[in-house]
Design a protein around this ligand. Sequence first.
Ligand code: ATP
Ligand code: MG
Length: 346
Amino acid sequence: MAMSDTRDAQPLLQLSDYAIRFATPDGTVKAVNGLDIAVARGETLAVVGESGSGKSQTFNGVFGLLAGNAKTDGKALFEGRDLLSLSPRELDGIRGADMAMVFQDPMTALNPAMKIRRQLSETLTIHRGMIRREAEAEALAMLKKVGIPEAERRIDQYPHELSGGMRQRIVIAMALLCRPKLIVADEPTTALDVTIQAQILDLFRDLSEDFGTALVLITHDLGVVAGIADRVVVMYAGRVVEEAGVDALFERPAMPYTAALIRSIPRVDREVEAVEPIPGRPPDLIHPPTGCPFHPRCRFAEDKCRRERPPLAEVEPGRRAACWFPFVDAGPNHGERAGTPETLNG
Ligand SMILES: Nc1ncnc2c1ncn2[C@@H]1O[C@H](COP(=O)(O)OP(=O)(O)OP(=O)(O)O)[C@@H](O)[C@H]1O
Ligand SMILES: [Mg+2]
């Protein structure tokens, strides 16, 4: 790890050997397995992976929002306090004040029967102990900061009178009002059309800079992280399979799964035909594959990959990957690894 790295300091959030299992009639769903993820103060971390890879449940668990059939293990330290061992009341004190979550559907956070003015100012009177006038002034100022046009008029509207993009801005404003140290945004732009998506992502980037808030951006779309994230964590079958700075990840992915994700991004500068969906399907989490969880879909898999699960290990300074053959699929020459060409189609 780099010497000057600020990650040497205590992270804001540290998940260690963190696991989530769901009991179901068909068996135990091993949704999140032995996860180690650190979020530094002020950084923007993207968490990416296909549907079902465990992105949402990982952070739902951090916020105490798991379904009743869930069981967690390991540690989730926020500023050194283990969130998994707090009482619901203690967790409530941290949630909303020190850390906030933004979901795909802004209506999950908004009360449809309440005007924006009251929704925003109540956050401040409750969490920051402000008097009403003070709270309303701050709410209005925040609406302007998140780019709501005609904020003076909008503040007296109900959520249903606003567009989806505007509602999401309101939710972001609400999250920021308490000056949280961490915002977790779970697919915050997935429901929005492409132009609005870009605007909301820009907003996140500007705001996390202005407020020094750490941001965890959960997305199944690796295409959106390039302009906003500092670091990327790639999840597969409830595990971290790669972790890298955003530029390094795109330039030279270590894990064949990451390379496949990158090739599956539709890009304006490429023909539609150049987009390659990842072949195969995500694994069954009740009966996960032996060895590397990606091996059944990996065209570079060898016997070792089928037998032994690769640990998440440093593959370059500051980069980790869980792969026995890191960088095998990294460059323009991928598929040309010397020595064992006969195994490439195995
Ligand atoms: N209450 C539950 N009972 C059983 N399995 C569950 C439960 N909740 C989630 N899961 C399973 O946990 C796994 C991880 O789900 P999660 O929601 O974290 O995926 P995700 O990466 O966020 O996917 P997406 O991109 O679709 O949102 C999935 O296989 C899901 O089916
Ligand atoms: Mg999800």
